[in-house]
Design a protein around this ligand. Structure first.
Ligand code: SAM
Length: 243
C-alpha cells in the first residue's frame, strides 16, 4: 500500500516481536492509555462481559502482558477459580505479576511463560481462553487457534480481543492518519521508540479482518463463532465455543 508495509519473514517475526515488547515493557501501560485515550479499558471490560466467565471457573489469559484481563477475570472467578497469566516475554510477565501483587489481586493467579502457539496444558483444561491484543503477534495463527481449542473444556469459549478493520471510508482515513503519523510520534516522544509503534500500526493492518478471523476460528473447530465490532471496527471481539 502507499504506507509501504514491510514483509517480515516468518522466522524473523518472532524475534522482532520479542524485541518490540522488551523495548516497550516499561512504558507499556502508559502507552496503552495514551494511544487509545483510555478506551482500551472499556474494550477489555466488554471482552470480560462477552466471556461469560463465572465464579469458580478456570481461565487462561494468553499473551496477557501486564495482566489487565487477568485482573478482571480474577474478580469474576472468585476464591474457587483460577486464572493463569501467561506471556512469551519474561519482562512483560514480571511487570504483570508485580502489578497484580501491588494491586492486591494476585491471589488465585498463576504465571506461565509460554508461547501461545504451543500450549503445554492437557486437553479440556479451561472454561475460557482469552487472548487480548496478542493474536496479531502470533506467527502460526491456525496452529495457535487449534491448540486453544484443544485446551478448552466442552462448553468452554475462546475470546479474541484484537485490532481489526475499521469501518467506513471517512473514519478509515482519519484512523490511518492517526495511526501512521501521530502514533509513531507519540511513541517517539513518550517511549523514545518510534520504530516499535510503527510496527504496531503495520501489524494491525496485516492482521486478518473480522470475517477472515471468524473463518479461521471455524476452521480450527470452534462453533457458534461471532464477532462484535467496537469503536467502528478499530477493535473486534471474536467469540467461539468448543462443543
Ligand atoms: N493482553 C495484554 C493487554 O491486552 O494489555 C497484553 C497485550 S500486548 C499488546 C501483546 C503481548 O503478547 C506482549 O506481552 C507479548 O510479549 C506477547 N506475545 C507476543 N507473541 C506471543 C506469543 N507467540 N505467545 C505468547 N505471547 C506473545
Amino acid at each position: 500500500t502507499h504506507f509501504g508495509f514491510r514483509e517480515v519473514p516468518t522466522n524473523e517475526k518472532a524475534k522482532l516481536v520479542r524485541s518490540v515488547f522488551d523495548s516497550v515493557a516499561g512504558k507499556y501501560d502508559l502507552m496503552n492509555d495514551l494511544m487509545s485515550m483510555g478506551i482500551h479499558r472499556i474494550w477489555k471490560r466488554i471482552a470480560l462481559q462477552l466471556s461469560h466467565v463465572r465464579y469458580g471457573e478456570k481461565v487462561l489469559d494468553l499473551a496477557g502482558g501486564t495482566g489487565d484481563m487477568t485482573a478482571l477475570f480474577r474478580e469474576r472467578v472468585g476464591d474457587k477459580g483460577r486464572v493463569i497469566l501467561s506471556d512469551i516475554n519474561a519482562e512483560m510477565l514480571k511487570r504483570g505479576r508485580d502489578r497484580l501483587i501491588d494491586d492486591g489481586v494476585a491471589e488465585g493467579v498463576d504465571y506461565a511463560q509460554i508461547d501461545a502457539e504451543k500450549l503445554p496444558f492437557p486437553d479440556n483444561a479451561f472454561d475460557c481462553v482469552c487472548i487480548a491484543f496478542g493474536l496479531r503477534n502470533v506467527t502460526h495463527k491456525d496452529e495457535a487457534l487449534k491448540s486453544m481449542h484443544r485446551v478448552l473444556k466442552p462448553g468452554g469459549r475462546l475470546i479474541v480481543l484484537e485490532f481489526s478493520e475499521a469501518q467506513g471510508a471517512l473514519f478509515k482515513k482519519t484512523y490511518d492518519l492517526y495511526s501512521f503519523k501521530l502514533l509513531p510520534l507519540i511513541g517517539k516522544l513518550v517511549a523514545g521508540d518510534e520504530e516499535s509503534y510503527r510496527y504496531l500500526a503495520e501489524s494491525i493492518r496485516m492482521h486478518p479482518n473480522q470475517e477472515t478471523l471468524k473463518g479461521m476460528m471455524v476452521e480450527a473447530g470452534f462453533e457458534r463463532c461471532e464477532y462484535f465490532n467496537l469503536t467502528q471496527g478499530v477493535v473486534a471481539i471474536h467469540r467461539g465455543y468448543k462443543v
